[in-house]
Ligand binder design. Structure first.
Ligand code: GYE
Length: 350
């Protein structure tokens, strides 16, 4: 029931069968009733204006996957700060790494009738039903950071995030350059891959792009590939077991810095000299990884930009205003390699 319906239906304010155009007594009665309305109508006007004012501030429902890495924490901060700066009301939820929590959150955004839904899909599949509900409710959906796989592309308005396949290719290009002398020798170059969350688009994309580039060179051999779920603790555990049980390897290709930092810890515990005895390639470019690159413990850091807030809020405002948004757009990203002059690089902020 809207504001004015609630006032009109308040008993004793306006009788539905209010008799109009009658005797003097009736006019006196009418005037008394009308006078009683003034404070109510004034309140309604103020409330109505406030509702209009509140209604004008866009309401965006955002489902974040969790806080699994420094990258994710920065991504969250960027979105929250951008929303606050733009006067956008953000209904923010943390799914604690569970897809079912994201689906529940999106359903609550639909019930609340937010203007726009935005979310980071923890994995690519399993979104059709809830996105169908959002579509039926007439609420546009923006997919951010990670990608989804749906048969009906009309279930979401657009995607803004990182190009994981290109990030994987950059890792492959670095390896070709690093080992170009050995490529003629034919000696095997053994690669251990620390993969991201199973079923997530960054894990899929980083694996795909990397393999695309090294596939033509038979010397490159991926001798180990396990998911560390983008977690530092799992990166440490996988590397500890790998060093204890084998196989031997010459290169570590890690899908994110969190797992890399855990792996470096395990390697140092075993007396290894990462970055020199083993080539290390990592993705995200958080400060700790850049610091490791400067110390020579890592050989290549590929940026995955978490500062997506301003673009996400800009796109959400476009959607709320009925403007079309790009089907897919990517954040700017660079590659940092050993030997680069990083002295002027500003703090990473994550
Ligand atoms: O690389 C990792 C985070 O979805 C691209 O998720 C993001 C990845 C990022 O946990 O650090």
């Amino acid at each position: 029931m809207g504001l004015f319906e609630s006032i009109v239906n308040t008993p004793g304010i306006v009788d539905a069968d209010w008799p109009l155009g009658q005797s003097k007594t009736m006019y006196k009665r009418l005037w008394t009733k009308a006078a009683a309305l003034v404070p109510v109508l004034a309140a309604a006007l103020v409330l109505g204006c406030r509702q209009e004012a509140v209604k004008e501030s866009l309401i965006v429902g955002f489902s974040q996957i969790g806080a699994e890495s420094a990258w994710r924490t920065c991504n969250t901060r960027s979105i929250q700060e951008a929303a606050a700066g733009a006067g956008v009301q953000l209904l923010f939820t943390n799914a604690e790494q569970k897809q079912e929590n994201q689906i529940k959150a999106i359903r609550s955004f639909i019930a609340y009738q937010v203007d726009v839904i935005a979310f980071v899909p923890i994995v690519e599949d399993g979104w059709e039903n809830v996105l169908e509900e959002a579509k039926n409710a007439g609420i546009p959906v923006l997919v951010t950071d990670r990608k989804i796989r749906v048969r009906d592309e009309s279930l979401y308005a657009g995607y803004f995030g990182t190009d994981s396949v290109q990030e994987g290719r950059e890792a492959g290009y670095f390896l070709l350059d690093k080992f170009q002398d050995r490529l003629e020798s034919g000696k095997a170059i053994r690669i251990a891959e620390l993969a991201g969350t199973v079923g997530s688009s960054p894990a899929q994309g980083r694996a795909e792009g990397f393999r695309e580039i090294i596939a033509p060179y038979s010397q490159f051999e991926i001798v180990y590939s396990e998911s560390g779920d983008f977690l530092r603790s799992k990166g440490y555990e996988l590397m500890r077991l790998l060093l204890a049980k084998g196989p031997s390897f010459d290169v570590v290709y890690s899908h994110n810095d969190g797992m890399t930092l855990g792996a470096l810890e395990a390697m140092k515990e075993r007396g290894l000299d990462p970055g020199r005895e083993v080539v290390i390639i990592t993705i995200d470019a958080e400060q700790a990884a850049i610091d490791a690159l400067k110390k020579g413990e890592v050989n290549c850091v590929i940026e995955c930009n978490p500062q997506q807030g301003p673009d996400i809020i800009r796109l959400a405002k476009d959607l709320a205003a009925g403007r079309a948004v790009p089907r897919s757009a990517h954040a700017e990203e660079v590659v940092f390699s050993e030997g680069d002059d990083l002295s002027a690089l500003p703090p990473r902020g994550y």
